[in-house]
Design a binder for this molecule. Structure first.
Ligand code: 5GP
Ligand code: ZN
Length: 116
């Protein structure tokens, strides 16, 4: 399940340090090392799945929970007052650089649209 060479697996197993905002048996939320907004969190399932299109039918609960936890954390940090953005990159052209699926939660400044 865990991949030795995966940075996010290393963070989830505490072999690599990160600032963890929330954690339960299924996923963790930690602060991005290179933030693109005043608040930039990553919502990451503990199960190693390379990318969004690799979720299987048995992962429906986990896929739903990624969004549910993102919303819960956003509300707890009061990000819902001014707004926030959820981003999930898939594949080379999207800019995905870590192939362990993760949802970005960005907030704290006016975000541009369309994205670059
Ligand atoms: P992607 O480009 O794959 O959608 O997003 C990967 C994100 O992971 C980037 O925003 C990058 O800054 C972040 N990241 C990469 N390595 C680390 C790390 O070691 N620790 C943390 N906290 N974030 C990381
Ligand atoms: Zn991994």
């Amino acid at each position: 399940m865990e991949r030795e060479d995966c940075v996010f697996c290393q963070i989830l197993s505490k072999r690599k340090t990160s600032k963890i905002e929330y954690e339960d048996e299924d996923l963790a939320v930690f602060w991005d090392i290179n933030p693109q907004a005043p608040t930039h969190l990553l919502i990451v399932p503990k199960k190693h799945i390379d990318k969004l299109s690799d979720f299987s039918k048995s992962d429906d609960y986990l896929m739903c929970k990624l969004f549910k936890v993102a919303i819960d954390v956003a509300k707890r940090l009061k990000l819902d007052e001014k707004g926030f953005r959820l981003v999930l990159n898939e594949g080379r052209d999207s800019g995905q650089s870590i192939f362990h699926v993760h949802l970005h939660l960005l907030s704290g400044r006016r975000l541009m649209w369309p994205p670059g």
